[in-house]
Design a protein around this ligand. Structure first.
Ligand code: SF4
Ligand code: SF4
Length: 148
């Protein structure tokens, strides 16, 4: 064959695409775990079990104010007090194996896996799932959509 490339180009014009358009048309198989996120920040006791059990060592505990974590500091004798600083898990998804162990390890059911699969990013920093107020709201919203 003199022009093997030309033949390949012409045949690809009539072939069906080997890839699919995402994300709307992608259906994940049953049992797909997805990726971890802190679903119920107010339930987290900062015990660190999720970080201890993570086989990829990709969870760190990060200090956040109570107003971000969702726990009420200003009740009872604490009323009017300055919000305390608590530590909540931060997921470094660039090293995550998506195994779900953190969800299983959390006795408080604060961690959940949600079915998003398009986690690609240009930087490692963009793969860090932090418990900031905006990020938490976004995570919960994404999770709700993926659960539908
Ligand atoms: S998410 Fe669960 S396991 Fe992790 S620190 Fe909070 S309570 Fe502990
Ligand atoms: S899903 Fe697995 S690898 Fe990822 S943060 Fe949780 S325990 Fe670690």
């Amino acid at each position: 064959m003199r022009y093997p490339m030309l033949r390949e180009v012409l045949s690809s014009l009539v072939r069906r695409p080997a890839t699919v358009v995402g994300p709307a048309k992608v259906r994940m198989p049953e049992g797909f775990r997805g990726s971890p996120y802190l679903a119920v920040p107010s339930a987290c006791t900062s015990c660190g079990l999720c970080a201890r059990d993570c086989p990829s060592v990709c969870i760190t505990l990060e200090a956040v104010a109570d107003e971000v974590s969702g726990r009420q500091a200003s009740v009872g004798s604490d009323a009017g007090a300055t919000p305390r600083i608590r530590k909540l898990p931060v997921f470094h998804l660039d090293e995550c194996a998506f195994c779900g162990q953190c969800q299983d390890s959390c006795a408080r059911k604060a961690i959940r896996m949600h079915g998003t699969w398009d986690e690609a990013a240009w930087t490692r920093e963009a793969m860090v799932r932090k418990p900031s107020a905006g990020a938490l709201a976004k995570q919960v919203e994404v999770a709700r959509k993926s659960d539908r």
